[in-house]
Structure formats: structure tokens, C-alpha cells
Write a protein that binds this ligand. Structure first.
Ligand SMILES: Nc1ncnc2c1ncn2[C@@H]1O[C@H](COP(=O)(O)OP(=O)(O)OP(=O)(O)O)[C@@H](O)[C@H]1O
Length: 248
């Protein structure tokens, strides 16, 4: 661990800070052209909160989530996880962070088609340090009756719930969801959001959901809006809606 910051609490926060994003920029160079995907972005995330990162296509959401998840590095700026500066961490520390602290859920579920739902989750629990049992993880997402089904025998929403079970089985401190309902129809999308909401409430997992769908912001504690790589709003919802109350 190279650099530490103090655990801070914002005035109106009662939960400890988990993650600090400080002045992060990301530039992609495509020959002569430079794309500024993120421009001096700063934000904090607190333990147990459900945050929605909102923004139109190309606003920089995935770039930010990939940096937060340790899959990519910023061009400048710093990222701290419980005081560990990830942007100055060794490859070994970054790998440990990705393995232990982060659960990823993507738009497309990335399940292994030749393995059952249970076996897909077991892939993670076999190598995790302190996992939830795969059966329990699948129960948490309401798939106790589908454990021995292969992905092709499951609906899109059920496959996404297996992906969520796989992500949460290692008890990640941060669950990062990149457009988790992007490939799903309206009703199925709401079921998946309900599962994410339940995981956040029941396990207390700090959760970041990125979406371009403004309505989904209603279920969040915090809503951070990105536009052209910059934070244009960072607000708390005064009333948090349950996913069943959302409509779009
Ligand atoms: N590997 C890359 N090389 C070059 N440009 C990139 C790369 N990845 C992203 N970009 C550019 O950076 C900007 C932000 O992209 P990003 O994928 O983060 O946006 P997004 O808000 O997640 O969009 P979407 O909702 O469409 O996924 C876009 O202009 C995109 O074209």
C-alpha cells in the first residue's frame, strides 16, 4: 500500500467512505484524434449505498466503471479504496482488489454455456476466500428452482440473475453493474432491478448501477449524472422508490 488518506465522513453521511474518485481524466488516442472520455471527475461512495451513474451514450459511464473496478487506469487523477491509492498500487494489489472487493455485472451475462447455473456460480466460489455458498447465492436471486439448468434453458432475466449470484457469491464490497437491464424487456428488467435492490439491502453491498435510463435513477440513494465526461449533477434522492414503482 503506497499512499493512505484518512477515512472521512461527509457532514451529512453516517456511513464510512468506501471509494474516493479524485480528478480522474481518461483520454483515448486514436491516431491524430484524442477522445476525452472523462474530464476531471470526482465523487465519493459510502458503505452500503446504491448509486446510479446516469448519462447518455458516450458520456463516459463505462469508462468510469472500468476504472473503479480496476480494469483500466485513468490518464490522470487518483482513486482510493479505503485509503489504498489504487492508481499507485502494484499489479498484485490491483489483482487482489479486483478478486476480493469487486463484483461485476455486465449487460450481457457472460455465462459459460456448458455449465449449469450452479456450476457457473461455483467457478467463483471455488476460488474465493470467504464465499457465500453457490446454492445460497442462487437463492438470494430467487433461482433456487433453476440451479441445474443450463444458460440456454433460462430466460434472459434468469441468466442475468445467475450473473448477479456469481458476482455476489464472493461477498464483494462493491457491486458494479454496467447497464444490467440493457438487454432485457421492461418487466424482466424490473425483476433484475428488484434483485439488485434486495442484494443491496440484505447484504449491505455498496452498489453502483450505470444506465442511460433516467427512470432507474428513482431506486437509488444517490444519482450522479455524467455528460460529455463530466459530472453535471450529484444528488441524493429524498424518497427512494422500489423497483416495482419505476416505470419507463
Ligand atoms: N477503447 C476506446 N478507445 C477509444 N475511444 C473510446 C474507448 N472506449 C471508450 N471510448 C470513447 O470514450 C467515450 C466514452 O465512452 P463510454 O463507453 O465510457 O461511454 P458510455 O457512457 O458508457 O456509453 P454507452 O452507454 O454507449 O456504453 C466515447 O466517446 C467513446 O467512443
Amino acid at each position: 500500500m503506497k499512499e493512505f488518506i484518512k477515512d472521512q465522513r461527509a457532514e451529512n453521511e453516517s456511513s464510512p467512505m468506501v471509494l474516493q474518485v479524485r480528478g480522474i481524466s481518461k483520454r483515448y488516442r486514436m491516431g491524430e484524434v484524442v477522445v476525452n472520455a472523462l474530464n476531471k471527475v470526482s465523487m465519493d461512495f459510502y458503505s452500503g449505498e446504491l448509486a446510479v451513474l446516469l448519462g447518455a451514450s458516450g458520456s463516459g459511464k463505462s469508462t468510469l466503471l472500468n476504472i473503479i473496478g480496476g480494469l483500466d487506469l485513468p490518464s490522470e487523477g487518483s482513486l482510493f479504496f479505503h485509503g489504498l491509492e489504487l492508481t499507485a498500487a502494484s499489479e498484485k494489489e490491483l489483482t487482489a482488489y479486483r478478486r476480493r472487493a469487486i463484483g461485476f455485472v455486465f449487460q450481457f451475462y457472460n455465462l459459460i454455456s456448458s455449465l449449469t447455473a450452479l456450476e457457473n456460480v461455483q467457478l467463483v466460489t471455488d476460488i474465493a476466500e470467504n464465499p457465500i455458498s453457490p446454492e445460497e447465492a442462487l437463492m438470494l436471486v430467487g433461482l433456487e428452482n433453476r440451479m441445474n439448468h443450463f444458460p440456454a434453458q433460462l430466460s434472459g432475466g434468469e441468466q442475468q440473475r445467475v450473473a448477479i449470484a456469481r458476482a455476489l457469491a464472493k461477498r464483494p464490497e462493491l457491486l458494479l453493474c454496467d447497464e444490467p437491464t440493457g438487454a432485457l424487456d421492461y418487466q424482466t428488467g424490473k425483476i433484475v432491478l428488484d434483485v439488485i435492490d434486495r442484494v443491496n439491502r440484505n447484504l449491505g453491498t455498496t452498489t453502483l448501477v450505470i444506465t442511460h435510463n433516467v427512470s432507474i435513477a428513482g431506486m437509488a440513494d444517490r444519482v450522479i449524472t455524467l455528460r460529455s465526461g463530466e459530472v453535471v449533477e450529484d444528488r441524493r434522492n429524498t424518497r427512494k422508490l422500489s423497483p416495482s414503482e419505476l416505470s419507463w
